[in-house]
Every structure is written in C-alpha cells, then in structure tokens.
Design a protein around this ligand. Structure first.
Ligand SMILES: CC(C)(COP(=O)(O)OP(=O)(O)OC[C@H]1O[C@@H](n2cnc3c(N)ncnc32)[C@H](O)[C@@H]1OP(=O)(O)O)[C@@H](O)C(=O)NCCC(=O)NCCS
Length: 175
C-alpha cells in the first residue's frame, strides 16, 4: 500500500511517558536491526525490561507519549538539550500506524514541548542514513543534514540533522 494511502485524522495527544509506555514499546521492534535503527548502535538485543529501560535512558531523559483519546500509545520520543538545541531521540510510531502522518505530528508536538521545557528554539537529531522512512519524515519536518558535532563519537552510518526555526517579528531577537 502506498504510504500516502491512509491518513490518521483523529486527535493525537502528547503527554509525559510512563513505565507502561516503555513496556509497550518493547513489542514495536521485530528484530535486532529494527531495534538498532531506533535505539542506536549500543542498544542491547535481545533485551529484558530492565536492559530496555536502561539503554533508552528512560529514567533520565524527558520522554513523551503520543496517544489517541483512549490513551492508547501511538508514538514515543525523548528530548534533551544539546548544543543549544532540543535534541530528539528514539522517535517511533506504532508499527501498524506508520506512514499515516503520525510521525510528523509527533515531531511537531515534541519540538513544541521541548521549546517550552528548555527555552530553546532549534532542534537536532541523529538518524541512520539507510533509514529512508525516518529520513523522509525528518526532511518533511524541516530537518537538513549538518556537520557531525565535534564532541560526539563519529558513527559513519549516521547523519546529524538540524532544524532551524524562522525568526518572526514576534521574536525578541527580531531586529
Ligand atoms: C521514522 C518514523 C517515526 C516516521 O513516522 P511515520 O508515522 O511513519 O511518518 P509519517 O507517516 O508522518 O510520514 C512522514 C513522511 O515520510 C514518508 N514516509 C513514511 N514512510 C516512508 C517509507 N517507508 N519510505 C519513504 N517515505 C516514507 C511519508 O510519505 C511522509 O512524506 P509526505 O509528507 O511527503 O507524505 C516511523 O517510521 C518509525 O517509527 N520508524 C521505526 C523507528 C525508527 O526508525 N525511528 C527513527 C529513529 S532515528
């Protein structure tokens, strides 16, 4: 089915992630490679509930759940401040809902939450170059390829991307 064939038009709500959300996420990655594409090269697989929570740094990062009106989990992502930007990590949409526009909604909502939480405007993320669905989604959300951050260990298969918000007349920085 073409990725454009279905579009999720119902309300989708963002809230802070909880332990049961992390447990639900464990069923979203079918194999080691899917897990690595999402969680990064050091993510252990097969995982246990404890290793999963530890490798995703569940306790230490701000995590968000995108849900439907019945609080069923549709998407997940984490943020932390990095180089004066909101850094997005471990973004995922429930497997049966991918390609319905929820990834774009998740990213938009998480950036808005991060702007409030960290008082930052721009955002960044890492992505595997071969992750075509994620790369397409991120570029549609305004992310562009950027130079690898100096202090990070180089991962040759991955790309650093940033999104710079337009300065508007309402911004304090507008001259
Ligand atoms: C990456 C991910 C979050 C994107 O979410 P999504 O809900 O599938 O994305 P959307 O439906 O919002 O689609 C966004 C754009 O990407 C396109 N797209 C979606 N799936 C695609 C695919 N498999 N190949 C190419 N493009 C794709 C859509 O057509 C849409 O483009 P458009 O705006 O031009 O129509 C989701 O695919 C996912 O959970 N992947 C597994 C986990 C993962 O790899 N996370 C990334 C970690 S860096």
């Amino acid at each position: 089915m073409p990725v454009h064939a279905r579009h999720y038009r119902e309300p989708a709500l963002l809230r802070s992630a909880t332990g049961p959300d992390a447990e639900a996420l464990m069923s979203w990655f079918a194999d080691r490679d899917a897990c690595k594409l999402w969680g990064g090269p050091a993510f252990r697989h097969p995982f246990t509930p404890a290793s999963f929570a530890e490798d995703m740094r569940f306790a230490s990062l701000a995590g968000y759940a995108l849900t439907d009106v019945n609080d069923t989990l549709l998407g997940f992502g984490q943020i932390y401040p990095k180089l004066q930007r909101i850094h997005l990590a471990r973004l995922a949409i429930r497997p049966d809902m991918r390609g319905t526009g929820l990834g774009k909604r998740l990213i938009g909502e998480i950036i808005t939450a991060g702007q409030k939480l960290f008082s930052l405007r721009d955002s960044s993320l890492f992505v595997y170059r071969r992750n075509a669905a994620a790369r397409h989604c991120y570029s549609r959300m305004g992310f562009v390829d950027a130079a690898w951050p100096d202090r990070d260990r180089v991962l040759p298969d991955c790309q650093f991307m940033i999104r710079i918000e337009a300065v508007t007349a309402q911004d304090p920085e507008f001259i």
